[in-house]
Design a protein around this ligand. Sequence first.
Ligand code: FEO
Length: 388
Amino acid sequence: MPTFSISERVHWVGALDWNLRDFHGLYCPRGGSYNAYLVRGRKAAVIDTVYAPFAGVFLDHLHELINLRDISYIIANHAESDHSGALPELLEVAPQAKVVCTARCREMLKACYNLPDACFQVVKNGDTLDLEGATLLFFEVPLVHWPETMFTYLVEDQVLFPCDFLGAQMASLPFFADEVPGLLTEARDYYAFLMRAYSKAALAGVTRVREIAPRIIAPSHGPVWRDGGEEILAAYERWSTAPEQNLVVVAYATMWGGTEAMARAIAEGAGQGGAKVKLYQLGATPVSRILGDILEARAVALGTPTFVGGIHPSVVGLLPFLSMIGPKGKQALAFGTAGWAGGGARKLWKELQELGLNLLEEVPESRFVPGPDEKKRLQELGYTLARG
Ligand code: FEO
């Protein structure tokens, strides 16, 4: 893929990872991207690098545009490997370039790549860097989403580089957000997986972006917002405060179909109650997609077969992720099946109660498979979830 211009002084020089499907647990059905940018005044700066396996593509992109010896600065907004992996290779061919980052980021990069102090130029909130015809302004934004993270803003072109914030892990051509259908679903899952655990910091990040009022938002993953990014800013505000829609998510593990039959009856009842319904068998759909839907759900029903006297491992595996998105107050139902002994659903109820969900007291548990009367009751419970 060629480089391309996103504003008068900025070129995209990153890499698209079309085959990425699992980004340390985040499901990426549309691949991934590691965005890096070349900013030029009379001096030049590179903003972030790429994941190490894509260093060759990244350096080729830079070669197309500039003699690498003319790069004065490498701005490291964030230390994580998907943005710093190619830093050692870039420094080998551009040893004159200073790495510009926060003090905490410097310590992380030194630990990751054994770089000497002399490589670095530390900046703090409000500092600027003069590229002679292009001015970079830095904002420290701790816990958006790591503690060392900063935003970089190109004053003249009004372009904000917020790294992971406001991004979506996807490969996309075209590359501008207004041309990419379905982008908000990928951005939501990215938010749920990486940002929601620090939602107060995310809200502070939105406030900071609104104060800056950029014309273009160029994150380090996914498409570039060239219309001020109001759509993604409003979405971040909603996901950080009151994400609930009229949606019921029913998720379950099943071994021989009994818990699935219960889940379907609950889903039918929720649909009859007027809610949008998502039904997921755990394991058939990646957890991060289910999590994104649960973030936006007003009610959740979770089902488990009794497995060695307890909760099925697939359901157990969902619980830490559920905790991560802060599900407190969502209406919930625990249900499940018993074989020769029961108790899995009741144990699940207790786990969900500890997470702060607003649970229905009733914990339906069917012996092997639900009978007609049990299905009717499950439909009623689904209806109750839908009606709130
Ligand atoms: Fe895309 Fe936190 O790295």
